[in-house]
Structures are given as C-alpha cells and as structure tokens.
Design a protein around this ligand. Structure first.
Ligand SMILES: Cc1cc2nc3c(=O)[nH]c(=O)nc-3n(C[C@H](O)[C@H](O)[C@H](O)COP(=O)(O)O)c2cc1C
Length: 187
C-alpha cells in the first residue's frame, strides 16, 4: 500500500470480528515500530500483548477504578461492569508504555518517540489488512491498572491499542482541517 493511502485510509475501528492476531501477524508491526525516529536511540517504547490472565486482571482493575470514580447515586456496579466489558471488545490488546528518562528533555523526546512507534503499529496494522484503535482507558491512569499489567512507576503509559479484524468498510473519516489552517511559512 502506498504511504499516503495508508496514512489517510487508516481509521479508528471499535468493532472487531474473528480471532486475535497471532504472534506471526503481530511481529511485523512491532518490527516496523523499531524504526520510529528516536533521539539518542534510547528505544524507550514497550509493548505488552495481553494474554488471558492479564486481560482478566485488567478487567478486574477497570471495574474497581470505575466503581471508585462512579458519580454519587449512580449504579456503580453497572458502571464497573461496563468498564470491564469494554476490555473484551478487541481480540488483541497491546499496552504501550515508555520507559522514563531521568533527563527531562530526553523524557519528553522519548514520550514523543513512543507515540510515533505506537502509530507505526496502527499504521502497519492497517496496511496489513487489520483494524486498530488507540484507546486511553481510565484504568491505565491508575496504579491498579498498571500493576495488573506489571507496569512499574519507571514507565509512562500511552495507551491500549485494540487490534483485530473488521467486517465491511472502514468508518467515514472525521473531518480534518485543511493544512492551511495550521501551517504557516515564516519569513
Ligand atoms: C493518544 C490518543 C488517545 C486516544 N484515546 C481514545 C479514547 O480513549 N477513546 C476513543 O474513543 N478514541 C481515542 N482515540 C482515537 C481518536 O478518537 C481517533 O483517532 C479520532 O477520532 C480520529 O479518528 P481516526 O483515527 O479514524 O482518524 C485516541 C487517539 C490518540 C492518538
């Protein structure tokens, strides 16, 4: 697939069908991510592909976090159950995190490089015929969630990639501003 076609054709997809991506299907995506631009070549990105046990642990954590944050008077048990169930929506879940750097400049650069690496995974998934969705669930902003995945305080979480297959066409893209709205050519 031509690069512009891949970039403009990739879409966030939230409904999946079929089995999880196999390690053979995932490896080329992670292999591509290695080529993200990365100052000092710190290779700060970490990708954790969830298995059955880690997904269950994350669901338990998600329910707990949602219950704890449920508005007063709401059906907190239902809110917890919905938060957990959302983690069953994709057959493959990949937590993306970045190893923190003691140097604040490198820390910011590494976070940016990890976002690029995550995008490469989504883009190459699309170019390989898979569908994806970058999600930032509340549970991964909470220690309960990061602990469920074995992510320690030395890492920052960027999100949870949902990957799988989808039937039918991709959703219509949300409108994007014309580049003249955000580009200026300085003297
Ligand atoms: C860092 C990041 C976090 C995101 N988190 C969420 C999320 O938590 N929930 C959600 O519905 N979409 C999330 N998205 C997906 C965006 O909503 C989506 O990319 C946007 O609607 C544009 O659609 P497109 O990806 O099809 O172009 C996230 C995207 C990024 C880059």
């Amino acid at each position: 697939m031509e690069v512009f076609e891949a970039i403009s054709g990739r879409r966030t997809v939230k409904a999946f069908t079929g089995p999880a991506l196999t390690p053979d299907e995932l490896e080329p995506l992670f292999d591509a991510a290695r080529w993200a631009p990365n100052h000092k070549l710190t290779e700060p990105w970490r990708f954790r592909v969830l298995g059955e046990a880690s997904r269950s642990a994350l669901k338990i954590a998600a329910a707990g976090v949602a219950v704890a944050h449920a508005p007063e008077g709401s059906d907190s048990q239902l809110i917890g159950a919905v938060a957990a169930k959302k983690l069953d929506r994709a057959p493959t879940l990949v937590a993306v995190s970045c190893v923190r750097n003691a140097d604040p400049v490198l820390e910011a650069e590494d976070f940016a490089a990890t976002a690029v690496a995550a995008y490469i995974v989504l883009l190459t998934a699309h170019a390989s015929g898979f569908a994806g969705y970058w999600r930032t669930p509340e549970v991964l902003r909470d220690n309960a969630g990061t602990e469920a995945l074995g992510i320690g305080p030395e890492e920052d979480v960027l999100g949870l990639l949902h990957l799988g297959r989808t039937e039918g066409g991709l959703p219509k893209p949300p409108d994007r501003a014309d580049s003249s709205r955000f580009v200026s050519y300085l003297d």
